[in-house]
Ligand binder design. Structure first.
Ligand SMILES: [Zn+2]
Ligand SMILES: [Zn+2]
Length: 145
């Protein structure tokens, strides 16, 4: 798995341009703002959530630009798209190994820690695992009270 990109969430917001460049992404203003949104909010946003938040800051922004930018981030391995079977895709700039808990009541998605030693798939000898996604569903602590 991607051990070499494990600490990407530690990058300074000021260095987003350099960070994107180092991954072969030309750091246009909308791209920097979209990436900054992802690492600041950590809320696993949809395209709409990012668009609604940035439309005032970047009047020329379109939902298509947000969508294309996020998919390019995924292509360049600086973000992942969560496999949640939701109607809308959700994105995450944390590409290190971690699990997601989805609350079926409020729809929030929470990160949880996962050690690579927790994950040893059996019966996949000679398979190449390129991506691991661990998803739990249930009711979050806030919705239970
Ligand atoms: Zn909840
Ligand atoms: Zn996450």
């Amino acid at each position: 798995m991607n051990a070499e990109v494990k600490n990407e969430m530690n990058i300074d917001v000021k260095n987003i341009g350099d960070f994107l460049k180092s991954h072969g992404i030309r750091p246009s203003y909308p791209r920097v703002k979209i990436y900054e949104y992802l690492i600041r909010h950590k809320n696993h946003p949809t395209v709409d959530m990012i668009y609604n938040s940035l439309a005032d800051v970047i009047p020329s922004l379109s939902k298509t630009t947000v969508y294309n930018t996020l998919n390019m981030f995924v292509d360049k391995n600086v973000a992942i798209v969560l496999e949640m079977n939701d109607s809308e895709a959700r994105y995450d700039a944390d590409v290190s190994l971690h699990g997601h808990f989805r609350c079926v009541k409020c729809g929030s998605i929470y990160d949880f820690n996962l050690d690579s030693s927790d994950f040893r798939p059996r019966g996949l000898d000679n398979f190449l695992v390129s991506e691991v996604q661990v998803t739990c569903k249930g009711i979050c602590a806030g919705c239970r009270t």
